[in-house]
Design a protein around this ligand. Structure first.
Ligand code: PA5
Length: 490
């Protein structure tokens, strides 16, 4: 079986020169830190207690209980058989992985054409915004009797998901009758949160209502596609086993001790050298092909929420070797590369101009597919394009983009997928997860929390008068109101 390949050539000075590319000296400077990071990450991941407590349990997800997987696969088939449409409600890590899977592993135009769905339901994603337009259009047009709803929220408290579910629940109740709860499935924390409370109460009334699956302990939202995304895969008919097998193969590949042979560590390390030593704080992910655009969006969240941190990490180790990761409030670092999601060839007529001639402050990561499940030939005879395969045009376009970047000394690398199957897609996701965890180690930050998103949430709660908001937060908001000087509004 072919393997995913990682071509890091154009990250190095041998391709893009020593001002923008990594030299032997740069490598030598960062390598000891990489060895230290490797040692620590491996130690945390191999200790089950640390793994769960520090939110690294995602690293174990490729090895899930086969019986649970078989149960979810069957459940997905049952739902798919019975319903015309399924709405998934969730945001952030409770949405982006599912959307990435939908676009990468289901046929393009899946919702539009029945034969492409192989008898399975249409899929809609909602609750990932507070925009009233999309949800109202959807509910006006779907038949509540023929719609199944999956609510995903680890905390069970997220405003977007909660607000959407309140509406969808009412719509179902009105349209499907008193047993509407049998058309609702919840994926949430096994113990905590308002969604969990609701699930328990509904289940006590009727076990077929508000069926549910727990989110595993120690798996954070953005690292949870192989946990909270599984029911979605089953409903659309993707073999979960194949996705997990790909993730497992990548986990093995990324467990090698030799850093220069370990793709995830290499990606994290080289990106960090480019960021810190060569002033490349921006990373552009550019898969060549529409199907992987949502996977690039998923990676944007993974990188931004994981490594975009204000404070450095302070590690406290107790007598049993268990770690606690604290914010080191004395060390403000404001760190983390800024991710941008694009796709070739579409964005060659857009951001590529800036990639080539704008500030040389970016590193580009291409994803290239070697084989497509369908191909086309350009028709006609009187043109140089005539008779050429689309897949070849796309591959040449990627190579050409790489060449153009190298000519302008712009660092880039290419991930080469033999084809876009559940196996390789699972492997790709796991690679990015491990690379991001390693990058977090190198930056010495906590890559598994997201304290920065609390600010906007607290302000919203304050404005919307959410009960129980701590007095100190309300006082802080009152003390620092948004300033609106009239002359700056024109
Ligand atoms: O990665 C994360 O933890 C976040 O992006 C969450 O997934 C997101 O905020 C949604 O949270 P929840 O699943 O609790 O509704």
């Amino acid at each position: 079986m072919k393997e995913i390949k990682f071509d890091f050539n154009n990250f190095f000075s041998s391709s893009v020169g020593s001002i923008h590319g990594i030299t032997r000296k740069d490598w030598g400077k960062f390598f000891p830190a990489a060895q230290k990071a490797q040692k620590h990450l491996v130690a945390v991941i191999t200790n089950p207690q640390n793994r769960v407590a520090l939110s690294l349990e995602w690293a174990n997800l490729p090895d899930q209980d086969k019986k649970v997987i078989a149960y979810i696969q069957k459940l997905g088939d049952q739902i798919a058989e019975k319903y015309e449409s399924v709405i998934f409600l969730g945001i952030g890590g409770s949405y982006l992985g599912l959307k990435a899977a939908q676009d990468a592993l289901c046929a393009p135009y899946y919702n539009e054409f029945a034969p492409l769905r192989h008898g399975r339901p249409r899929i809609y994603f909602e609750g990932n915004n507070l925009d009233p337009e999309t949800l109202s259009a959807l509910l006006k047009n779907l038949n509540p009797r023929k719609t199944f709803v999956v609510v995903i929220s680890k905390s069970g408290e997220t405003t977007e998901t909660k607000a959407a579910f309140a509406l969808v629940e009412l719509w179902l109740k009105k349209g499907a009758g008193k047993n509407y709860g049998r058309q609702v499935f919840c994926i949430t924390d096994p113990k905590n949160g308002t969604l969990r409370k609701k699930v328990d109460a509904e289940q006590a009334r009727d076990v077929l209502s508000f069926r549910n699956l727990p989110l595993l302990k120690g798996v954070g939202g953005r690292y949870s596609e192989f946990n909270m995304g599984l029911l979605h895969l089953a409903i659309v008919g993707v073999k979960i086993d194949s996705v997990l097998a790909g993730a497992k193969a990548m986990a093995q590949k990324c467990s090698g001790r030799e850093i220069s042979r370990n793709p995830a560590y290499m990606y994290g390390l080289l990106s960090t050298i480019l960021y810190k030593q060569k002033n490349k704080p921006i990373t552009i992910l550019m898969p060549f092909g529409e199907e992987l655009k949502s996977t690039a969006d998923w990676y944007c969240q993974l990188l931004a929420e994981s490594t975009g941190k204000k404070y450095s990490r302070r590690i406290k180790v107790n007598a049993n070797g268990l770690e606690e990761w604290l914010k080191d409030e004395n060390r403000v670092v404001n760190t983390g590369r800024t991710p941008i999601s694009t796709r070739g060839t579409n964005d060659l007529h857009s951001v590529q101009q800036n990639n080539i001639e704008g500030e040389n402050d970016k590193a580009v990561t291409f994803i290239r597919l070697e084989k497509f499940s369908h191909d086309l030939k350009v028709s006609g005879t009187n043109d140089f394009l005539a008779g050429k395969d689309y897949s070849r045009l796309l591959c040449v376009a990627q190579e050409a983009t790489e060449w153009a970047l190298v000519r302008e000394a712009r660092p880039n690398c290419t991930i080469i997928l033999p084809e876009l199957t559940p196996f390789y897609w699972g492997a790709l996701l796991f690679f990015f997860e491990m690379a991001t965890a390693f990058e977090g180690e190198l930056l010495n930050i906590n890559a598994f929390d997201q304290p920065g998103v609390e600010g906007y949430k607290n302000y919203m709660y304050y404005k919307l008068r959410k009960p129980g908001l701590p007095a100190a937060i309300s006082a802080d908001i009152r003390k620092h109101p948004l300033k609106k000087i009239a002359r700056y509004i024109i």
